[in-house]
Ligand binder design. Structure first.
Ligand code: 13P
Length: 384
């Protein structure tokens, strides 16, 4: 079936975002999430600090380094560089498409045992109006994150979590396409836990398979959307330490081949708590293996948050007069991952990052409550 005329431009945008050697900068952390990272680095979480931090990335030549699109938070979409140039213009002028996070964070299931930590995602009620506004404001694509927790001993993710999140992801994708925005569909299977690579793979297969089936059922044009999953890795607390990049590559490609249709132009992995170097090495191994085996119909790329930002924040938070050095780091991290998309990263070389291996782990980022002392209502609003 030929895709309708309106969807043709969606397909063009999706193809450009996932063009060979290109990937996405996920710089769309909510005020709460970026605030935690700024504060951990010794900075204040105020609007000006957030703006100045984003400026480092958007005014660095990240487009030339391989960034095709940058996902922003709603506050950031409205902001401008110190010289008055809007961030949307800073990005567009260097060939980087502006994108927007459109979900409103995670929420425990209503009436569900809160302690399970299973969530759905908020934001569908107001999405149609919001999406039209974001498109007018210059966004070309839009991300929605679902978070699925793995605990094989309890049957997690539960069927209910898988199906509800798949339905929400497909509804969001359909609404965004109707508003002229390419959906970046993110069913994140969380790294938190002791699950083996096999358990992670089985959960990923269920979650991504259900999501793709819902996209198809709800009439989403697959050519005009991108998928943003986690790689198939071990749980962060699994026995035996991290898996080798070749193991991650083999497990990831197996799952993706089983459940992701060739019509989807790009699989843009998140970094999800991997170290900056690990995220690059794993992505490189995935592409090297895909090229050797010749059975990958999609671009295998990145939409990294922490793995493109952590070292930049480390430099800038140490001394804000080191902005030029921080920008160079933003470019170097983008270039390393763009090389990995081509399977051309020098795995024996020195990675540009300056953070420690474990520092990007944020325990249960998908779920921050409740605790014995926190009332359930307060715990119910979960930041992303
Ligand atoms: P990380 O790469 O830090 O996981 O962030 C990607 C993202 O956008 C999660 O929603």
């Amino acid at each position: 079936m030929p895709i309708p005329a309106d969807d043709a431009s969606l397909a063009e945008v999706a193809a450009a975002l996932a063009a060979p050697g290109k990937g996405l900068l996920a710089s769309d952390e909510s005020v709460g999430t970026i605030g935690k990272r700024l504060e951990k680095a010794g900075l204040v979480n105020d609007e000006e600090t957030r703006r100045a931090y984003r400026e480092l990335f958007y005014t660095a030549p990240i487009g030339k380094a391989g960034i095709s699109g940058a996902i922003m938070f709603k506050e950031t979409l409205q902001q401008a560089a110190a010289d008055g140039t809007s961030f949307v213009d800073c990005l567009t002028r260097q060939g980087v498409m502006p994108g927007i996070k459109v979900d409103e964070g995670l929420l425990p299931f209503e009436g569900h045992d809160l302690a399970t930590g299973e969530t759905s995602t908020r934001g569908l009620d107001t999405l149609a109006a919001a999406a039209a506004g974001y498109r007018q404001g210059g966004a070309r694509f839009a991300k929605w994150r679902a978070a699925l927790r793995v605990d094989a001993s309890r049957g997690f993710p539960s069927e209910r979590a898988v199906e509800l999140n798949a339905q929400q992801l497909a509804q969001y994708a359909a609404v965004c396409q109707a508003a002229g925005l390419v959906p970046i569909v993110e069913p994140e299977v969380l790294i938190d836990g002791t699950h083996s690579a096999a358990e992670f793979g089985a959960a990923s297969e269920r979650v991504i398979g259900a999501t793709v089936a819902q996209l198809w059922r709800q009439g989403v044009a697959l050519e005009g959307c991108l998928l943003k999953p986690q790689m198939v890795i071990k749980g962060a607390d699994a026995a035996g330490g991290r898996a080798a990049p070749e193991e991650v590559a083999a497990a990831t490609l197996t799952v993706m081949r089983r459940v992701v249709p060739a019509a989807i132009p790009g699989i843009m992995f998140l970094s999800g708590g991997q170290s900056e170097e690990e995220a690059t090495l794993n992505l490189n191994a995935i592409n090297v293996m895909a090229q050797q085996q010749g059975k990958a119909p999609w671009s295998l790329s990145f939409s990294y948050g922490r793995a493109l930002q952590a070292s930049v924040l480390k430099i800038w938070s140490a001394d804000s007069s080191r902005a030029a050095e921080a920008k160079q780091m933003a470019v170097a991290l983008a270039a390393a991952n763009a090389a990995a998309v081509r399977g051309a990263y020098d795995a024996a070389g020195k990675h540009p990052s300056v953070t420690s291996d474990s520092s990007l782990r944020e325990a249960f980022r998908g779920w921050h409550g409740p605790t014995a002392s926190a009332p359930a209502a307060a715990a119910a609003a979960v930041a992303q």
